[in-house]
Design a binder for this molecule. Structure first.
Ligand code: FAD
Length: 409
């Protein structure tokens, strides 16, 4: 969803006489419970900007509709494909199964499919001791790649270069609680703006500011949606953070010390990003079963009524309800409140972690399957290696919002 540091785009341009860029509108993914109108708002925002960036370089971005195998089969029938280029995706079972089908189709038709890693997640990792050196090489020692200067276009007759409306693509209406004006902008320019404002202004309050929902939306980097949908690359975020840290290192004074503390804490969270996605990459079944076998049969009492009440923010627990309404309206809430939502639902309402996965994914505008599934299991205490930690919604209200500013808002 970006032109800068997009290795798949650069390689395809360098190795081909003509390139057609496409974002496939996949019915199965759009119908999935994890996908929502909120996500599509971000995708459409990012795609509109990407299309303009490709047109500025002489190229085009197409939006064919259909499952990916059908789409490539149709185009191959009209004009044989030489190669497919894409980034490596660690997704939920829908995109994982689609990738298996695409690989099989490419094998049958002798089409090379080249996938490029876009972060520190390693496919087919056998020796965990090699992970750190691979990550260092990819994210720290390799420079951010510039955008290609031009793109040799491949015009495909009959393919649409116009996005359908979100409602048409989804085939269902939007969530009535969603306020599209409150959604974060998710495109390449917005990603660079958010990164810069964080590194030079907002990030001063990061250490100590990300626990409360009253401050986290400003003191936190707010890069999660950009990283999830690909409008910023992790390598670029590391590079700009390092540059800022080195500029601050010679600056004396309390403020520079506070910046140092905040940016160190921020960098460690950037490493968590890949750490959690790697779990899903290495163990895709974790979408369906708890990582810990003995903890996979806890006594849950799933109920449709309880589900609807927490989704609508009508449980009567102020901090839980406010957090859910904030999510439904804006697509964002800070880490601590996400953890509180899961622990309160699993341990207070006895809802199973698995029943929360997709409804929560659909209201997170930064939905990243690897982080989301791993964190939901971890907060539900079914991983088996972390200390059981249950966040009380009452204590969180007293600690993080004692004057009820967030709850009232
Ligand atoms: C149940 C649950 C589900 C979650 N689902 C998602 C999800 O779908 N997508 C998502 O990006 N984050 C998820 N998180 C992690 C975290 O809450 C968000 O990454 C964070 O709140 C985003 O705000 P920020 O960009 O300001 O983060 P910052 O604090 O500024 O952190 C910088 C970046 O580091 C990464 N990061 C931060 N915290 C974590 C973490 N705990 N685990 C892994 N990576 C982290 C994110 O990419 C984030 O953008 C989840 C957490 C919980 C408890």
């Amino acid at each position: 969803m970006r032109v800068t540091d997009n290795v798949a785009l650069l390689k395809s341009v360098a190795q081909s006489r003509a390139v057609a860029a496409m974002f496939v509108i996949e019915p199965e993914l759009l119908r999935a419970a994890e996908t929502s109108a909120m996500h599509l708002h971000s995708w459409w925002d990012a795609l509109t900007a990407l299309q303009q960036a490709l047109r500025d370089r002489g190229g085009e971005l197409y939006f064919p509709e259909g499952e990916v195998v059908e789409v490539v089969d149709t185009i191959h029938g009209k004009s044989p494909l030489c190669a497919l280029f894409s980034h490596e995706e660690t997704g939920s079972s829908i995109t994982y199964q689609r990738d298996i089908a695409v690989a099989a189709w490419c094998g049958r038709h002798d089409v090379v499919w080249r996938e490029f890693p876009q972060n520190g997640v390693i496919r087919g990792l056998l020796d965990r001791s090699e992970r750190q050196s691979i990550i260092r090489e990819r994210l720290i020692e390799t420079d951010v790649k510039p955008a290609p200067e031009s793109m040799p276009p491949w015009k495909i007759d009959g393919w649409s270069a116009t996005l359908p409306t979100i409602e048409t693509a989804l085939g269902r209406g939007a969530d009535p609680m969603l306020d599209t004006r409150a959604l974060q902008r998710v495109n390449e320019a917005a990603g660079q703006r958010d990164l810069s404002s964080f590194l030079h202004d907002r990030g001063l309050g990061y250490a100590g500011g990300i626990s409360s929902p009253n401050t986290a939306d400003v003191a936190g980097s707010r890069l999660s949606a950009h990283l999830a949908w690909g409008t910023l690359s992790l390598r670029d975020v590391f590079a700009q953070t390092r540059a800022r840290q080195s500029a601050l290192s010679d600056t004396p004074g309390d403020e520079a010390r506070q910046w140092g503390k905040s940016l160190r804490a921020f960098r460690s969270r950037l490493h968590w990003h890949d750490h959690f996605i790697q779990r899903l990459e290495s163990e895709p079944e974790m979408e369906f079963r708890a990582l810990s076998e003995p903890l996979s049969n806890l006594d849950y009492r799933d109920s449709a009524d309880a589900h609807q009440r927490w989704l609508d923010g009508l449980t009567g627990l102020p901090m839980l309800d406010a957090s859910m309404r904030c999510l439904r309206t804006t697509g964002f809430i800070n880490f601590r409140m996400r953890a509180m939502i899961v622990t309160t639902l699993c341990f207070g309402f006895r809802q199973s972690w698995h029943s929360l996965l997709h409804p929560l994914a659909s209201v997170f505008n930064d939905y990243e399957p690897g982080i989301h599934i791993a964190q939901t299991q971890m907060q539900a205490s079914v991983v088996g290696i972390n200390t059981v930690r249950i966040y009380s919604p009452h204590k969180q209200l007293l600690d993080q919002d004692p004057d009820c500013i967030f709850v009232k808002r």
